[in-house]
Write a protein of this length. Structure first.
Length: 51
């Protein structure tokens, strides 16, 4: 559910996984795992995502 929300908002803003990863100082693979529900961002990343 969280992953779907991240993916939908990212696509709404027309931002690629790579671009989001750069902004959050993480990897594109991490973004992909979040969106697929394989892992969740840590609390610090959630704050950055919200901003």
């Amino acid at each position: 559910m969280l992953g779907e929300r991240i993916a939908n908002l990212r696509k709404e803003k027309k931002v690629s996984q790579e671009e989001l990863a750069d902004v959050l100082c993480t990897s594109r693979q991490a973004i992909s795992k979040w969106e697929r529900g394989e892992s969740d961002p840590d609390i610090g990343r959630l704050k950055d995502l919200a901003n």
